[in-house]
Ligand binder design. Structure first.
Ligand SMILES: [Zn+2]
Length: 352
């Protein structure tokens, strides 16, 4: 061996010690950087613009083994508490050592809604944080946050799970959505994910029409980018019942097993109730709402599902089911304004 060859040999040996070969790259989302086999917490920073800044918490878990990137988001409606708690719990239940691929978990998109207990909207700008994608870097806080989440969370991911639940005023039956786009390959993967998730009522969400400009939910934004997506809902009226939280955690883990990110077998739901179009039953009066049905009730077109009185108890109107189907959610509080949603009724569909 020449002296030169010896030097080269030592150098290579030294390099091998310093940088153990083919170690995967760090994954960074916002201020969170997770090396291989580790988790990291941080924030997606949304700088101040026409209104206040916000910092959206993000947890990145990079598995010890290579695999896809799955984004899980919740809390775009900040008082759908069961879904938020589910992701808080999931983030601690997954061990990086047994994970293949990367989880990007955003458990609470709408911090102001959560902190101020304001349902449906972001109180900073009065906008729905699940209706503004792709967002706008120069818009109001909801639009800037949607822009940041779209770029930093959805675009770099391979799959998306978006969790929701009954809001403060919503009594809801657990269900999931299967977004149907007309792209067979994409739809087949989303369908397999929703079956793996395991909820036994699945709404077929037809996404063929062009989206409203700058008014898409995150799930629509995601499937338009070709990323298989599932939306799941559990929990109601501000409650965080263990059963609702667990069903969302276990459903998410089952999707991860289906994607081969976690070891173990999946038992997909076998005979779900498929739900087609959903009809929103709106109130045409201000007053006090008395529901006569519970979620999961099957109602016939023309059936009374509740009634509204004035503030003296005089009945103003019956609330009538405009279609036959299953009640997927009914207003859980007596407060009722003209234009508010009294119930969602889903029409039963044949299995797609
Ligand atoms: Zn929601």
């Amino acid at each position: 061996m020449t002296f030169r060859a010896l030097i080269v040999g030592w150098t290579l040996a030294l390099l091998a010690v310093i940088s153990p070969a083919v170690k995967g790259a760090d994954v960074t989302v916002g201020t969170a950087t997770a090396p291989v086999g580790e988790r990291a917490n941080g924030f997606i920073q949304v700088p101040a613009g026409v209104d206040a800044a916000t910092n959206i918490p993000v947890i990145v878990i990079q598995g010890a083994k290579a695999g896809p990137r799955l984004a899980l988001v919740a809390g775009s409606h900040g008082t759908e508490y069961a879904s938020i708690i589910a992701l808080e719990k999931l983030a601690w239940s997954v061990s990086p050592a047994e994970l293949s691929g990367t989880l990007v978990i955003v458990p609470l998109i709408n911090l102001a809604s959560f902190a101020q207990k304001v349902p449906h909207l972001n109180p900073v700008d009065g906008k729905n944080m699940n209706r503004m994608y792709p967002g706008n870097p120069n818009g109001t806080q909801t639009e800037r946050a949607s822009w940041a989440i779209g770029r930093q969370v959805v675009e770099p991911s391979d799959y998306l799970i978006d969790l929701h639940g009954g809001d403060l005023d919503e009594n809801l039956r657990r269900y999931s959505y299967w977004p149907q786009t007309g792209n067979d390959k994409l739809d087949a993967t989303s369908r397999a994910m929703v079956m793996a998730f395991g909820l036994d009522h699945i709404v077929i969400q037809r996404n063929q029409a062009p989206p409203m400009p700058a008014a898409a939910p995150i799930s629509r934004f995601s499937v338009d980018l070709g990323k298989p997506t599932v939306i799941a809902e559990a929990g109601h009226a501000g409650a965080t019942e263990a059963e609702d939280v667990d069903v969302l955690v276990q459903g998410s883990e089952n999707v991860m097993r289906y994607l081969k990110m976690l070891p173990g077998e999946v038992s997909p739901v076998e005979h779900p109730v498929w739900i087609g179009p959903i009809t929103t039953v709106q109130s045409d009066h201000d007053g006090i709402f008395y529901p006569l049905v519970v979620p999961e009730a099957y109602v016939q077109q023309g059936m009374r599902i509740g009634y509204i009185t004035d503030y003296f108890g005089n009945k103003l109107v019956d609330v009538i089911a405009p279609v036959s189907g299953v009640v997927v959610y009914v207003c859980s509080v007596p407060s009722m304004k003209k234009g508010d949603t009294a119930a969602y009724i889903g029409e039963i569909a044949s299995a797609p």
